[in-house]
Ligand binder design. Structure first.
Ligand code: FES
Length: 98
């Protein structure tokens, strides 16, 4: 039996990478040597994988325009555009333009 792996392409902070379909975003980034996923709120220090099971929120990234995606729990998708989280979200963002 031959196992074939589907390769997907994604970008992180504008740089193109490849991953294996079925990997989490964090695993795909880690496999490509990316360990810094953002910065901490208060001290602006590098954040990355900590618990790897969706409990600590240390691995937030923005994926396909959605803020605060848990990269350790979300699967990578072909063509996905991922950005590191460098600041808090604007919680007062206007939704309907008012
Ligand atoms: S590493 Fe803790 S939630 Fe992802």
């Amino acid at each position: 039996m031959q196992i074939t792996e589907n390769i997907v392409t994604f970008s992180f902070n504008g740089k193109s990478f490849q991953a294996i379909e079925g990997q989490t975003i964090a695993a795909a980034l880690f496999a490509n040597g990316v360990k810094k996923l953002g910065v901490s709120r208060k001290l602006q220090q590098p954040r990355g994988l900590f618990c790897s099971n969706g409990r600590c929120a240390s691995c937030f990234v923005s994926g396909n325009g959605m803020d605060h995606v848990l990269s350790c729990m979300s699967l990578i998708e072909n063509g996905m555009i991922i950005q590191s989280n460098e600041s808090d979200p604007d919680i007062r963002r206007k939704i309907d333009g008012d």
